[in-house]
Design a protein around this ligand. Structure first.
Ligand code: AHR
Length: 653
């Protein structure tokens, strides 16, 4: 062994010894079980959805055809010409005369000369995921112009093998919706859909669509079942949508407008996705919003998974990281009217203008929306001015709706410090705080809310995630260390549940082939989903939320990364302890529960543990996942050893 190696070995031995001695003295946790404190918001732990990283199109929205309406500015993006090697088989053109739909005017004309099959193929969202034994529903608006060609629909695998083929014939001379069913003979994550004309003739096509038959709740044209299942499994208290910066847009004309996302899908005009051009180092020129997942579908999703809807609307400000364009205050009425109309759309009776639109979409009952976000991550006096006008109009008509206001992108900078006193003065209901920082910030700030004003606005910790490298670095990882930092921080959120009413990790989804931002809670490709260690932390909090905070005294050994919170579940009488050991050595802890007689031996323990650098992946999706066991303790005072780098949930009867 050389000298350098020897020195390194000695240094690591010293570090290990120091760590062991730091944890040699047992930590103490005392919980006053009979003195429940603040009531927790039952909907405290929720989810933040944004159409970033192909979260909607190419993600949750199960449509498999990219640029189905040929409305991308480069109208053939996603499509390629398919011609046989027997020569020039025909011509493709994008036209807009006599369209099938004025909102999406462009369509594809295929002219086949008849010598050889000729047409197009669509690549999907970086490959179509098809599964053997699944059924896929094709549909398109088609108009026959001349001849009587056969239109063949063919699914090809990534290797070019034909997976299935069906034919359509006899096209009407006016726009008509045609459907067909495909059954691929193999599973393939990079399949393509080909549409070719056989025989001489001309055919127009628009709204060319392919959906798996099996979607969430098997709704035609619905959402990816596996992705929604991952959300449902979190039992989220609320769902914030549709973002994020996407709400703001880089300029006001490109902002998210909810009214353009409801009604028949073919009437929803396409919009460039704000993340299309945001990061030069992660370009996604094919990122557009079809709004197939629009506001009605978001509300429906909330209902499906038992989450309270929390829509966020543009407040007359474009993203301040982009143009920061402002709608003048005297022209804000349209924006405010959009907010008023949204409340009517969500909650109004079917006899109202906007309630009728909801009913026409199949939901006559109200969605029971209780919260509304005004602006995403805005800052400065411009925001305060706009929020003031929104709040006045909204509170006048709908005093029962809780408004979520913005405090900028950082948890402690000048923009944040400017916003809070102003919002307090305005008696804001809930302030949305955001934080993307490295794990140490989360470990070191668990006491952030201990000193918050109990009489002021409540807090929504609306976007946060520990960054293993730095914010927007492509090297950020969803590793256990970050997940534990978040779990530690969440003990502080929970202990302060009287002030912090809601919290959500961000962003939620990332398509592994087309992401712009990492880390993310759930990763997907065209066929698979995997849940990160961070997901499991969120899920464990949500599934073990308790109703009231219990006073907890923690005496960790000096320098230890050790955190805890306690709650009580009123219905079952269980005491729920959440404990994070962020150190590389196990921690022996003396737990004392006061005000309790005995503990049955069948208490449940769930542990998330591993190496700090461990991550899950498509190949190993369960590497870091919760492990359940029974905790054998005989009385209210007991010692327990918490593993190194672990998050533990104890449910004591
Ligand atoms: O979560 C990613 C982005 O981070 C959100 O769109 C924005 O609100 C924040 O800056």
């Amino acid at each position: 062994m050389n000298k350098v190696k020897l020195i390194r070995l000695a240094a690591s031995a010293l570090l290990l010894a120091a760590a062991i001695s730091a944890n040699a003295q047992p930590a103490k946790i005392s919980v006053a079980v009979d003195q429940p404190g603040a009531k927790l918001n039952p909907a405290m732990w929720g989810i933040f959805f944004e159409d970033i990283n192909f979260g909607a199109d190419g993600g949750l929205y199960a449509e498999m055809v990219k640029n189905r309406d040929l409305e991308f500015p480069e109208p053939m993006m996603g499509w390629i010409k398919m011609t046989s090697n027997r020569g020039n088989g025909g011509e493709l053109s994008i036209l807009s005369e006599q369209p099938c739909n004025a909102a999406n005017p462009h369509y594809l004309r295929i002219l086949s000369k008849g010598g050889a099959p000729f047409g197009v193929s669509n690549e999907g969202f970086r490959g179509m995921g098809v599964s053997k034994d699944e059924t896929y529903d094709f549909s398109a608006q088609i108009r026959g112009i001349s001849g009587s060609p056969v239109l063949r629909l063919q699914l090809y695998g990534g290797d070019g093998a034909l997976l299935d083929s069906v034919a359509l014939t006899n096209f009407s001379s006016s726009w008509t919706k045609y459907t067909a069913v495909l059954h691929p003979k193999d599973t393939d994550s990079r399949a393509r859909l080909a549409i070719v004309l056989d025989g001489k003739g001309v055919v127009d096509l628009d709204m060319i669509s392919l959906f798996p038959r099996h979607t969430w709740k098997n709704r035609p044209g619905g959402l990816r079942a596996d992705m929604v299942q991952a959300l449902a499994d979190m039992h989220p208290g609320f769902l914030r949508f549709p973002g994020g910066c996407i709400v703001e847009g880089p300029v006001l004309s490109l902002r998210y407008q909810w009214k353009k996302t409801i009604g028949p899908v073919e009437d929803r005009p396409l919009l460039i996705n704000r993340w299309n051009t945001e990061f030069a180092h992660r370009p996604t020129p094919d990122y557009y919003q079809s709004f197939g997942l629009g506001f009605f579908e978001y509300f429906q999703l909330c209902e499906d998974i038992g989450a309270q809807p929390l829509p966020i609307l543009n407040c007359g400000m474009a993203c301040q990281f982009n143009s920061g364009e402002l709608c003048p205050l005297d022209q804000l009425d349209t924006y405010i009217q959009d907010a008023l109309d949204l409340i009517e759309f969500a909650n109004g009776p079917a006899s109202t203008t906007w309630g009728a639109k909801r009913a026409a979409m199949g939901h006559p009952e109200p969605f029971n929306m209780k919260m509304l976000g005004v602006g995403n991550e805005q800052w400065g006096q411009q925001y305060i001015d706009r929020y003031t006008l929104f709040a006045k109009a909204l509170k006048e008509k709908y005093p029962e709706i809780q408004l979520v206001s913005a405090a900028g992108p950082s948890p402690d900078d000048d923009r944040f410090k400017f916003a809070w006193p102003k919002l307090r003065e305005l008696h804001a209901d809930i302030v949305d705080e955001h934080c993307y920082a490295n794990p140490s910030w989360f470990f070191e700030n668990t006491h952030r809310y201990d000193t918050y004003d109990r009489n002021g606005p409540k807090v929504f910790f609306g976007e946060y995630a520990a960054q293993s490298d730095y914010t927007v670095s492509v090297k950020n990882r969803n590793n256990l260390e970050c997940a534990l930092a978040e779990a530690a921080y969440m003990t502080g959120l929970e202990r302060n549940g009287d002030v912090v009413r809601m919290a959500s990790y961000a962003p939620l989804f990332a398509n592994s082939e087309a992401w712009q931002w990492t880390p993310d809670l759930i990763w997907v490709d065209s066929l698979n989903v995997y849940r990160t260690p961070n997901y499991y932390v969120q899920q464990l909090y949500s599934l073990n939320h308790g109703d009231a905070v219990l006073p907890l005294k923690l005496d960790p050994p000096p320098g230890a990364k050790f955190y805890a919170s306690a709650t009580r579940n009123e219905a079952s009488g269980e005491i729920i302890l959440k404990i994070v050991n962020g150190d590389n050595t196990p921690a022996v802890v003396q737990l004392n529960l006061t005000g309790i007689g005995k503990i049955p031996p069948d208490s449940k323990m769930t542990v998330l543990a591993g190496d700090p650098s461990d991550e899950n992946s498509f190949a190993d999706p369960q590497k870091i996942s919760p492990k359940e066991s029974v905790l054998n303790v005989s009385g209210p005072s007991f010692q327990h050893e918490f593993p190194a780098n672990s998050f533990t949930v104890l449910r004591l009867q």
